[in-house]
Write a protein that binds this ligand. Structure first.
Ligand code: DTR
Ligand code: CA
Ligand code: ZN
Ligand code: ZN
Length: 445
C-alpha cells in the first residue's frame, strides 16, 4: 500500500542537498559516563527441534477442507475465516496455551484475531510470531497465507511438546483482514497501550513461506532478527536475499510503525524469478514465485514442500534462539538523558556515553535504545558512532514516514568494536520544517 507523501520532489532534492552539505560532527552536545553494575548471564540459547513437515501439511489440508466446505475461500467476513480461527484455537487450547479471540469491524463485517500466550517467560520481554489467517475471496489461500499460519501454529505446538521454558514471554498471533489492508494486526497494535508496546522485544512475520517456485527472502528490518534467519539458512547452505518489496506489504508494518523490532521470511508472490535466482535456488526462471497468488488455484497443490519445511524450521529456530537467549540485566545499561536539540534541516548533533571498566569488545547484539521526540520522523537519519569513529546506521530518512518520534530499540553487531570509550548517538534532520530533540538514549551490553 503506497502512502501519500506530504513532501514534494523538490523537498527530496533538498534532502539530498542537505545530506551532501553535512560535514564533520559538531562537538558532543552532552556526555555522561557510567559503569556496569553487573555482568550478563552466561547461558546460551537452546537449539530448536525439527518441525515435522507432515504436521504443517496436515494443517494445510484442514484449511483446504474448511475452504472447500465454505464457498471455496477463508476470506474476511465469510464463514471459512471464522472456521479457520476455530480450528487453530482448538489446537492451541489443547496444547496448554492461553488463547483469546478479539473482534474488529472491517467493510461492515466482523473480523477476528487469535492471540495465544505460552505461560511463563519475562512479561517485560515479549517475543511474538504472527501470520495472517485470512485468504482472498477468490480462493482457499493455502500459500497466502495458510503456509505462514500453519508454520506458526506448528512451532507453537512444538513449544508445548517441549514444555519450553523461554527467558522471554512467547506470544503467537493469527490476523484477520490482512488482505483488506493489514486491518486485523492494526487493530491489535492499536489496542496495545504504549507501556505494553515497549515490552515487545520483537515481532516475527510469516506471510507466504511455501511458494511453488520459491525464493528465500529475509526481511531487512531489525538486524538481530535478520541475522537469526540468515544464520539459519547459512547453516543449510541456502543463499538468501533481502526482502525488498516487503515494507508496508504485510502485518509486520503495523508493529514496525510503533517502533517494535520486526523481521520475517517470504518466498515470493507475483514477481518473476530471475535466471540468477533460478541458478541459486532452482525452480523456473521467468515464472512467478507463486503463479496462483490471489487465485482460486492457491490450493494444497500450490506449495513447495522444501520451502515450507525449511521456513517452518526457520520459524522454530528464531523462536528458540531469540526466545531463550539470556536476558541482559539492567545493570549493563549506559544512558544519557540530557536533551539535545536537533537543528531543522541542519548539521548532525551527537549525544555521548563514556564507557569504562569493561573488558574486550562490545557484543554482537548491542542494544541501542533511542528516544527522539520529533514530528515527521522521516526527516531523521540516526547513527551509532563507536569510539573508533565507525558509524552504524540505525535509521534512514524517509520522505513518507510522517509519524512522530523515534522510540525504538535497535540491535547492532558491534563485536568488532572495543567496548570502552566514548560512544555517540548521531542525529541529523535532513529536511526543512518539523523539529525535535534527542530526549535520551541508552546502550545495553
Ligand atoms: N501482501 C501479501 C503478499 C506480499 C506481497 N509482498 C510481500 C512482501 C512481504 C510479505 C508479504 C508480501 C499478501 O497478499 O498477503
Ligand atoms: Ca522441518
Ligand atoms: Zn494476499
Ligand atoms: Zn499474505
Amino acid at each position: 500500500m503506497q502512502k501519500l507523501s506530504r513532501r514534494t520532489t523538490a523537498a527530496a532534492v533538498l534532502a539530498v542537498a542537505a545530506l551532501t552539505a553535512a560535514t564533520a560532527l559538531p562537538a558532543s552536545a552532552a556526555t555522561t559516563s557510567a559503569t556496569a553494575a553487573t555482568t550478563a548471564a552466561s547461558t546460551t540459547a537452546l537449539a530448536a527441534p525439527d518441525i515435522p513437515l507432515a504436521n504443517v501439511k496436515a494443517h494445510l489440508t484442514q484449511l483446504q477442507s474448511i475452504a472447500t466446505a465454505n464457498g471455496g475461500n477463508r476470506a474476511h467476513g465469510r464463514p471459512g475465516y471464522k472456521a479457520s480461527i476455530d480450528y487453530v484455537k482448538a489446537k492451541l487450547d489443547a496444547a496448554g496455551f492461553t488463547t483469546s479471540v478479539t473482534t474488529f469491524t472491517s467493510s461492515g463485517a466482523t473480523g477476528y484475531n487469535l492471540i495465544a500466550d505460552w505461560p511463563g517467560g519475562d512479561p517485560n520481554q515479549i517475543l511474538m510470531a504472527g501470520a495472517h489467517l485470512d485468504s482472498v475471496s477468490s480462493g482457499p489461500g493455502i500459500n497466502d497465507n495458510g503456509s505462514g499460519s500453519a508454520a506458526v501454529l506448528e512451532t507453537a505446538l512444538a513449544v508445548s511438546r517441549a514444555q519450553l521454558k523461554p527467558t522471554k514471554h512467547l506470544r503467537f498471533g493469527w490476523w484477520g483482514a490482512e488482505e483488506l489492508g493489514l486491518v486485523g494486526s492494526k487493530a491489535y497494535v492499536n489496542s496495545l497501550p504504549t507501556t505494553e508496546r515497549s515490552k515487545f522485544s520483537g515481532y516475527l512475520n510469516f506471510d507466504m513461506i511455501g511458494s511453488p517456485n520459491p525464493g528465500y527472502f529475509v526481511y531487512d528490518d531489525d538486524p538481530a532478527i535478520e541475522k537469526t534467519f540468515k544464520d539459519y539458512y547459512a547453516g543449510l547452505g541456502v543463499p538468501t536475499e533481502i526482502e525488498t518489496e516487503g515494507d508496508g506489504r504485510s502485518d509486520h508494518a503495523n508493529f514496525k510503525n510503533v517502533g517494535i523490532p520486526v523481521g520475517g521470511l517470504f518466498t515470493g508472490a507475483s514477481r518473476t524469478k530471475t535466471s540468477a535466482q533460478a541458478q541459486k535456488w532452482g525452480g523456473t526462471a521467468g515464472t512467478a514465485f507463486d503463479r496462483c497468488y490471489h487465485s482460486s488455484c492457491d490450493t494444497t497443490a500450490n506449495i513447495n514442500d522444501t520451502a515450507l519445511d525449511r521456513n517452518s524450521d526457520a520459524t522454530a529456530h528464531a523462536i528458540w534462539t531469540l526466545g531463550t537467549e539470556p536476558s541482559v540485566p539492567p545493570g549493563d545499561a549506559y544512558e544519557n538523558t540530557a536533551d539535545v536539540a536537533v537543528p531543522d534541516n541542519g548539521a548532525a548533533v551527537t549525544s555521548s556515553v563514556t564507557i569504562s571498566g569493561r573488558t574486550g569488545n562490545a557484543p554482537a547484539a548491542l542494544k541501542v535504545g533511542v528516544d527522539i521526540k520529533h514530528t515527521w520522523r522521516g526527516d531523521l537519519v540516526v547513527d551509532l558512532v563507536a569510539p573508533d569513529g565507525t558509524a552504524y546506521r540505525l535509521k534512514n530518512s524517509s520522505s513518507n514516514d510522517s509519524a512522530d518520534n523515534v522510540i525504538a530499540t535497535y540491535t547492532v553487531d558491534a563485536s568488532s568494536e572495543a567496548a570502552n570509550g566514548v560512544w555517540k548517538l548521531k542525529v541529523q534532520d535532513i529536511a526543512a520544517q518539523d523539529t525535535g530533540y534527542i530526549d535520551s538514549w541508552k546502550l545495553t551490553f
